[in-house]
Design a protein around this ligand. Structure first.
Ligand code: ADP
Ligand code: UDP
Length: 238
């Protein structure tokens, strides 16, 4: 697989073309950002940890019948993925209230949400990723009506699979963000699933083991990600 031109440099990953028009190389960098890019730092080994973490989770999801873009690991910090036509939408599932929903709705941090709840956000940095609803998506043509249903259904299925997986490692999956894209007429899970895009708490102490350590300046960010990986039985090389 030959790495060709750089197509896109995002906040945490760089995407490269390959000699196969249907495949991309995703390079997970050490860059970490929060608050719309207001806080940016390089955290040693984060790229490698997240790349291998993402590979493990994507494989678990594929084993459970969820189609994803993930093809294979290429190196410690690079993976080969299917090139998707990404929808400009972020899907968030929440099992416990934390982060923006607490500010937006004035609900208590740590409140159990039963049933889990779901939110759409528009992927638009300039507008600070505003929350949108399914009518906005349909009226503005950001996705087809059946894709809206699929995003909700797939997100809740992924929640059930991953909630159980993290609980086996004594962790609560508080919330997470997913991105989907079109491939060959189907909707596949794209982007990443890592502690950069979810909240994970120790089941007993509720210690934060995710990017909130970075947002809140708690330190030990990559160490926490490695702890999560260890609890899930991953063997990470950095
Ligand atoms: P951001 O700054 O948007 O958070 P990242 O640093 O995560 O971006 O960069 C990854 C970019 O690649 C995102 O724009 C994401 O939507 C896109 N992407 C992820 N997976 C795929 C894929 N399989 N095909 C095409 N684009 C993808
Ligand atoms: N999230 C993300 N990228 C975003 C926005 C949110 O990965 O651009 C994740 C975030 O890490 C958390 C979940 O989605 O796990 C819900 O985030 P929230 O809406 O609470 O926003 P926050 O206050 O974390 O910015």
């Amino acid at each position: 697989m030959e790495k060709k031109e750089l197509l896109n440099t995002g906040k945490a990953k760089s995407v490269y073309a390959t000699d196969d028009a249907e495949k991309l190389i995703m390079h997970f960098r050490d860059d970490t950002s929060a608050f719309d890019g207001e806080k940016i730092e390089k955290l040693a080994h984060k790229g490698a940890v997240n790349n291998q973490f993402n590979a493990f989770i994507m494989q678990k999801l594929q084993d459970a019948g969820i189609e994803t873009h993930f093809e294979k690991l290429l190196s410690d910090d690079e993976s080969l993925v299917k090139k998707l036509d990404m929808l400009p939408i972020e899907c968030v599932v929440r099992n416990i209230a934390a982060g923006s929903i607490c500010k937006r709705l004035g609900v208590e941090d740590g409140l159990d949400l039963s049933p889990p709840t779901f939110e759409f956000f528009l992927k638009n940095d300039a507008l600070h990723d505003p929350m949108i609803n399914e009518y906005h998506i349909k009226s503005f043509g950001w996705a087809e009506p059946e894709e809206v249903e699929q995003m909700v259904d797939l997100s809740f299925r992924i929640n059930e699979i991953l909630k159980a997986l993290f609980l086996e490692g004594d962790m609560l999956l508080v919330d997470f963000k997913l991105e989907f894209g079109r491939y060959d007429g189907r909707l596949l899970l794209g982007d990443e699933f890592t502690p950069d895009g979810c909240r994970l708490w120790d089941v007993k102490t509720r210690e934060k083991l995710d990017k909130d350590r970075f947002r809140k300046g708690l330190g030990g960010v990559v160490e926490a990600y490695e702890e999560v990986a260890r609890r899930l039985g991953m063997d990470i090389h950095v």
